[in-house]
Write a protein that binds this ligand. Structure first.
Ligand SMILES: Cc1cc2nc3c(=O)[nH]c(=O)nc-3n(C[C@H](O)[C@H](O)[C@H](O)COP(=O)(O)OP(=O)(O)OC[C@H]3O[C@@H](n4cnc5c(N)ncnc54)[C@H](O)[C@@H]3O)c2cc1C
Length: 587
């Protein structure tokens, strides 16, 4: 069950596993562990319950769920030197379900090469594309879209599963001004922009229909799926919300001499009381790519010089903790269009907005059933761009893996640009999806309630900068297709009025002034081979240098995949379930 107060959690038998963070991976793991009736599991979540949070439930309201709401950790980055020293927002879900309760729901597994690269970096075949297929199938429950339209040709049923837990579907409300234009351009300009019927087959290059974690007209998160009614009623599954963990505690020494970390200190946010709890078998840190390294550092696991400068006693000196952050820089490119049927219509007219909500409330249909991204494209800078490839190594996981992404949206994506007083818009947002820049998460103070220093290192390398400039020119070429002839009027934001492509210098200025992130940090508690002198966890997700503690969330992925990161994170949660069951002899 879900509890608001620790006193109400049944404590007649010890907790075998305590999971810190009821987020994307944490809840998937809690579900899999409690399949074993002997495993008594406690999840500690800092945020409130997701129950009744409309901005989390209604898919189209995803852009309202964060930033700067009670459902957000309300982080911002430190000034980013690659983008004119601007600080940008860095939302993370702060409610049950974590970021899966506030994200944009796009469902992407990545290219098969991304996973094969994880297998080769870690030396563990279990992370390869072939090996994760059963995990993908256990996670995914393919579902009909809200409008039950004929989806033939919009996805490939052969690569999907209807048997998993987390619902996935195509859009359930047509956007007739946008959808046919995108698809027609893939026919008109197929060399640069081929159609891909299903970007989740392992071969992701090309442009196709967005798949999203949506069930009918509602968001499917780790809270609504993995903690859904048939699971949360398990007698051995206890979820405590408003429980903010402040430190991991050593409880002894293992036989091999390493510190045993099975204790947790947390604060009950309602009463401000400090409490402790121990795990009998294992403690699992699933607080996400920002808070997991923060908690490790607060607990003395990190770089000795940083810890000692903050008067924190070092338990394990590991300079990799919090380093190696990789994320996707994102650039909202916006055009004024010849239409009245874009997001702006409801945003400027309260009557239309109210009608849309009424329709959703009455039928769970209509424009609010979808996320904001109609189509996605995964593309490479071609080999003949010698200006780039004579100077740089290919950063992608392989030759079938994208360098950049195009994201098509029927209006300004809220939060990316202030709503102008008039006009209707199209966004072709672009993102660098095989970035070479790296950033970090470092403690700012020893106070667990103060935010760490978040540095995603956006556009820190010349290659990432070249690729994002290339992506703008690519978006412009896409919009030069016939389908857009009477639709595109002018770019909204800087650059040449008709083409959006200025000189290289102008483009550079535009990039630095407008780039932000798509919120996909990974790598801050990276996996590494067992005997490597770097990395935070081994390929079985055990924290190096201690015993009893694993990390199970996006932070263990060594490099950001050319994909949005929720599916890879669910896969981490699913695989952790198998690894832990194997370790305790029940699988
Ligand atoms: C705004 C936004 C949009 C996104 N859009 C997409 C998208 O469309 N598609 C996609 O694939 N990915 C998207 N992502 C990324 C994706 O959602 C994340 O990569 C993924 O959900 C991360 O999962 P996680 O388990 O690592 O962390 P989370 O899901 O964030 O879980 C961490 C949990 O730990 C809790 N926690 C943290 N610290 C503590 C503490 N001290 N004590 C107790 N609990 C704690 C948090 O409250 C949270 O519930 C988006 C992310 C954001 C923020």
């Amino acid at each position: 069950a879900i509890y608001e107060r620790f006193e109400d959690v049944p404590q007649d038998s010890p907790f075998d596993f305590v999971i810190i963070g009821g987020g994307t991976a944490g809840n998937a793991l809690a579900n899999r562990l409690t399949e074993i009736p002997d495993f008594n599991v406690l999840v500690l979540e800092a945020g409130p319950s997701n129950e009744g949070v409309v901005d989390s439930i209604v898919p189209f309201f995803c852009a309202q769920a964060v930033p700067f709401t009670p459902w957000d950790w309300n982080y911002t980055t430190i000034p980013q030197k690659g983008i004119n020293n601007r600080s940008v927002i860095y939302p993370r879900g702060h409610l049950l379900g974590g970021s899966s309760s506030v994200n944009f729901m796009a469902y992407l597994r990545g290219s098969s090469q991304d996973w094969d690269r994880y297998a080769s970096i870690t030396g563990d075949h279990g992370w390869s594309w072939d090996a994760i297929q059963p995990l993908i199938h256990r996670n995914e429950k393919w579902t009909e879209p809200a409008d039950h339209h004929n989806t033939t040709g919009q996805f490939n049923p052969d690569v999907h599963s209807t048997k998993g837990i987390n619902s996935v579907s195509l859009a359930g409300f047509p956007r007739p001004n946008l959808d046919p234009r995108v698809i027609r351009t893939t026919k008109d300009l197929p060399d640069e922009f081929p159609f891909n019927e299903d970007m989740n087959s392992g071969s992701h290059l090309g442009i196709g229909w967005t798949q999203a974690t949506i069930n009918g007209g509602r968001r499917s998160s780790s809270a609504t799926s993995y903690l859904g009614p048939r699971f949360i009623s398990r007698k051995n599954l206890h979820v405590l919300v408003n429980a903010r963990v402040t430190r991991l505690v050593q409880t002894g020494r293992a036989r091999n001499g390493t510190p045993k970390i099975l204790g947790v200190e947390f604060v009950d946010i309602n009463t401000n009381r400090k409490l402790t709890v121990n795990a009998r078998r294992e403690l699992i840190l699933s607080a996400g790519s920002v808070n997991t390294p923060q908690l490790l550092q607060l607990s003395g696991i990190g770089d000795h010089s940083l810890l000692s400068s903050l008067n924190i006693r070092t338990l394990v000196h590991n300079p990799s903790v919090g380093q190696n952050l990789s994320d996707h820089p994102l650039l909202p490119n916006i055009w004024l269009v010849n239409s009245t049927d874009t997001f702006e219509a409801a945003e400027r007219n309260a009557t239309i907005a109210a009608e849309q909500l009424q329709e959703w409330e009455a039928t769970e249909k209509g424009p609010l059933v979808d996320t904001l991204l109609d189509h996605l494209g995964w593309l490479r800078v071609p080999d003949n761009e010698t200006d780039i490839w004579d100077r740089f190594e290919d950063p992608a996981a392989g030759r079938d893996t994208a360098h950049y992404e195009l994201l098509f949206s029927n209006g300004i994506v809220p939060g990316t640009f202030p709503l102008p007083p008039a006009g209707n818009f199209l966004s072709v947002v672009t993102a660098v999806v095989s970035p070479t820049s790296r950033g970090s998460i470092r403690l700012n103070t020893s106070d667990p309630f103060s935010a760490p220093l978040i540095d995603p290192g956006l556009l820190n390398t010349p290659l990432d900068f070249e690729i994002i400039k290339y992506s703008i020119r690519s978006a412009q070429r896409f919009l030069s297709g016939r389908a857009w002839k009477d639709y595109i009027i002018a770019p909204l934001n800087g650059l040449d009025n008709t083409t959006m492509v200025g000189t290289d210098e102008e483009l550079g200025e535009y990039v630095r002034a407008n780039t932000a992130t798509i919120f996909h940090p990974v790598g801050t508690a990276s996996m590494a081979p067992v005997d490597a002198d770097w990395g935070v966890v081994d390929p079985d997700l055990r924290v190096k240098g201690v015993s009893g503690l694993r990390v199970v969330d996006a932070s263990v992925l060594p490099i950001v995949p050319a994909a949005h990161t929720q599916v890879p994170t669910y896969i981490v949660g699913e695989r952790a379930g198998d690894l832990i069951k194997q370790a305790w002899g029940v699988l």
